[in-house]
Design a protein around this ligand. Structure first.
Ligand SMILES: Cc1ncc(COP(=O)(O)O)c(C=O)c1O
Length: 339
């Protein structure tokens, strides 16, 4: 089965390698909604994609791996923090399609307990047979990756370098496609979503959703994000740039207005990968009311923002709020001591 693309968004000109099993379900969360006492909360289950433990990055990787294979690559290199979900899924996708994979991982998050250093995603990276470069937090991972690519190219290898979070415009196409999937599912189910809530890390998921909505002539300000990586201003400008670049890949005449990008910094806490009380409470709430698992770095913080907004009465009774569940379950094991 292939992923659904509504007729309004034609991405068929882009090379693509299927890694998903099909559209991910949208589910209503009745107990959680009743607990919050107002809006109807729904989840888009992007955590359910099967390959490599699942997660949102597989959508981007369909296009990134597609481009890598079309360029004749035999090796893929990407970058991230030590517990990067994107790195883990790049390694899994590379294993699936028969590419060599190197991961340039930095100690950017100030944690050195054995769970963080050796469990979770990093354990899986090894199982997928990726070659991990372990760099200090201060290192320029992308520069290291480019230098390593040059070294390998000099040995005759053909190398594809994939940026942080897989958030090149080509990678973001995966979430433009997801926007089409959501629009199609909402139509079939007869639901109108008042808001789509997402975490914003490298910004690619947010940018792709916005680009997809713009390309379909829909309101992109439907998407509201909680930044978990950088300050709001920085995240806003990065996301706007990526959304414009992605929209223009789809159709050179498209433009994304800055008013389309809504980013809230309230859940960032002390910084990327650093737990907050709100995140811990949100992970427990989702698990104990609905039996669903959020990750501690992305979904946990963004969902904390949704809970805080609902509690503060920012969503009206009867509104339909769609939260994109992005996976990252291995991160819970890396952050065991927080729970
Ligand atoms: C589980 C999870 N959720 C959300 C995100 C955020 O996506 P993006 O980097 O496209 O903003 C990531 C990125 O690594 C992730 O791993």
């Amino acid at each position: 089965m292939t992923t659904s693309t509504t007729p309004q968004l034609d991405l068929s000109k882009f090379p693509r390698r299927a890694l998903l099993e099909g559209p991910t379900p949208i589910q209503h969360l009745p107990r959680l909604s009743a607990h919050l006492g107002g809006a109807n909360v729904f989840v888009k289950r992007d955590d359910l994609n099967g390959l490599g433990g699942g997660g949102n990055k597989l959508r981007k990787l369909e296009f990134l791996i597609g481009e890598a294979l079309a360029s004749g690559a035999d090796t893929i290199i990407t970058v991230g923090a030590r517990q990067s979900n994107h790195a883990r899924l790049t390694a899994a996708a590379a294993a699936r399609v028969g590419l060599e994979c190197e991961l340039v991982l930095t100690r950017a998050v100030p944690r050195d307990d054995p769970d963080y250093v050796d469990n979770g995603n990093i354990l899986l990276d090894a199982l997928f047979d990726a070659h991990v470069h372990d760099l200090p937090g201060s290192a320029n991972a992308l520069q290291f990756a480019e230098d390593r690519a040059s070294e390998l190219r000099a040995q005759g290898r053909r190398v594809y370098v994939c940026p942080l979070g897989g958030s090149s415009p080509v990678g973001c196409l995966g979430y433009a496609d997801c926007a089409a999937e959501i629009v199609g599912q909402a139509k079939v189910d007869g639901i109108s979503f008042d808001r789509i809530v997402v975490p914003n890390g490298s910004g690619g998921m947010h940018a792709g959703l916005v680009a997809g909505l713009v390309a379909m002539g829909r309101d992109p300000s439907l998407v509201s994000a909680f930044t978990v990586y950088g300050k709001a201003e920085q995240a806003r400008s990065t996301t706007l740039d990526k959304a414009n670049q992605t929209a223009q890949l789809i159709n050179a005449t498209l433009r994304v207005d800055s008013s389309a990008i809504s980013i809230d910094e309230a859940q960032l806490g002390a910084g990327y990968g650093i737990p907050t009380d709100g995140m811990r409470a949100a992970v427990r709430l989702m698990a104990s009311t609905e039996g669903l698992l959020l990750d501690p770095v992305y979904g946990g913080k963004a969902f904390a923002g949704l809970v805080e907004n609902a509690t503060a009465g920012h969503y009206r009774a009867g509104q339909n709020i769609l939260f994109v569940m992005t996976g990252g379950l291995p991160g819970l094991f890396a952050y065991r001591s927080e729970f």
